[in-house]
Design a protein around this ligand. Structure first.
Ligand code: HEC
Length: 199
């Protein structure tokens, strides 16, 4: 008799725990994520994915470059003058190079400038929709519909993130302070010499 009670009790506990667990995991899956949680997730992803490295201007210290947090994600500074370089050093089997902000890059593709990712309407991503933003990172096209993105923007890496992660990145970038900074247009390889002549 006692053994029978014991088995029945054990079975009851098992079913209670099992169905409770099932209930919990379903609840977690179906719980919608709030806009604030999306922004927090996006902040975490952006801050831990190296976006600052190219898109935030730098201040040079004794220990090397640090992010200028007053200009965070505003891209290569419009008022900056590009330093001269010996073009004989640049080529597919030679060097690609960057300057102190790690924002302008010269290589066989010409010169590219890290974009303004803040939600400024005129110079940043203010007018870019969530759909355009996801397309930018998935298909490597400017604003999702324009010309192919130039190196070294690692869109083929970030484009592998989930829809939710990309939406979260967008939500966060749209929530930060808009900064008006008109990043220069890229320079084609045949025009690079005019912009970066060795002194
Ligand atoms: C190694 C440098 C580098 C890193 C790291 C980097 N970017 Fe970029 N990014 C660039 C450059 C350079 C461009 C401009 C490319 C061009 O003009 O074709 C760019 C362009 C973009 C664009 C296109 C803007 C537009 O107007 O369509 C978006 C969006 C973008 N980056 C988002 C990000 C995000 C988000 C991260 C981090 C998850 C990131 N980038 C990390 C260099 C970088």
């Amino acid at each position: 008799m006692r053994k029978g009670y014991f088995i029945a009790a054990a079975a009851a506990i098992f079913f209670l725990v099992f169905f409770n667990q099932l209930g919990c995991s379903e609840e977690v899956k179906s719980k919608p994520i709030t806009h604030e949680e999306m922004i927090a997730l996006g902040k975490y992803i952006v801050h831990t994915s190296g976006c600052d490295d190219c898109h935030t201007p730098k201040i040079f210290t004794e220990n090397g470059p640090v992010f200028d947090t007053t200009k965070r994600f505003s891209g290569y500074p419009a008022d900056e003058v590009l330093p001269a370089i010996d073009m004989n050093m640049i080529g597919p089997d030679k060097w690609s190079a960057t300057e102190k902000h790690l924002g302008a890059w010269v290589g066989p593709w010409g010169i590219s400038f890290a974009s303004n990712l803040t939600p400024d309407n005129a110079t940043g991503l203010g007018a870019v929709t969530e759909e355009m933003f996801i397309k930018t990172l998935r298909e490597g096209k400017l604003k999702g519909v324009g010309r192919p993105l130039l190196p070294p923007m690692p869109w083929h890496v970030y484009g592998q993130k989930t829809d939710q992660d990309l939406k979260a990145i967008y939500a966060y970038l749209q929530s930060i302070k808009p900064i008006n900074n008109m990043v220069p247009q890229p320079v084609s390889p045949d025009k690079v010499g005019e912009r970066l002549v060795k002194k």
